[in-house]
Write a protein of this length. Structure first.
Length: 180
């Protein structure tokens, strides 16, 4: 029960970590606004998928090798998609664009690594007795993902001296879904 709650709480925390976004309407012509929109769309899709994955464990019958394997595959897929989308965004056209890109590259590496750790952990389960320790390790990896994401957002915020990104994130309708 505690592990299910921890997994659910971690996914919810990941969604809330992105709460630096919130918004109203903005012009689609502005490249910074387009970047913010793409960023928030990618993050929203990823956090939604992680919440779906963790919510399936509210049913104890999913606390099985097969359930964990399915969850691992879903996390791997969602994370791979997020990393691809973040890399495709490139650097925002702002004064801090290269710093932001570097932070996102580092985040992408961490997310890939933690998703691989989850997969490796789940692949290593040997029988029902291995499930509790696997859940603990998966929870630790999800927590590390959340921490890396939070740290990256802080780095982006610190680098955004002119508040160009902050304004674009606040004004993007795609970012509004993150805080709602």
């Amino acid at each position: 029960m505690r592990k299910r709650i921890a997994l659910s709480a971690t996914a919810a925390a990941l969604a809330l970590v992105a709460a630096g976004c919130g918004g109203s309407d903005s012009s689609d012509e502005d490249p910074t606004a387009a970047w913010a929109s793409g960023f928030c769309s990618a993050v929203t899709s990823w956090t939604d998928e992680l919440q779906t994955v963790t919510s399936q464990f509210s049913d104890p019958s999913n606390l099985s090798e097969d359930g964990l394997q399915s969850a691992s595959e879903d996390v791997q897929s969602a994370t791979s998609e997020l990393v691809d989308e973040l890399r495709a965004l490139g650097a925002p056209e702002t004064e801090s664009g290269e710093q932001v890109q570097s932070a996102l590259d580092s985040l992408s590496t961490t997310l890939d690594s933690e998703a691989a750790n989850i997969d490796e952990t789940v692949q290593g389960i040997s029988g029902i007795t291995g499930i509790p320790s696997a859940i603990t390790a998966v929870t630790a990896s999800l927590s590390a993902m959340g921490s890396a994401f939070s740290s990256t957002l802080q780095t982006i915020e610190d680098a955004d001296a002119g508040n160009e990104l902050q304004t674009a994130l606040e004004d993007s309708p795609d970012c509004a879904d993150i805080t709602s």
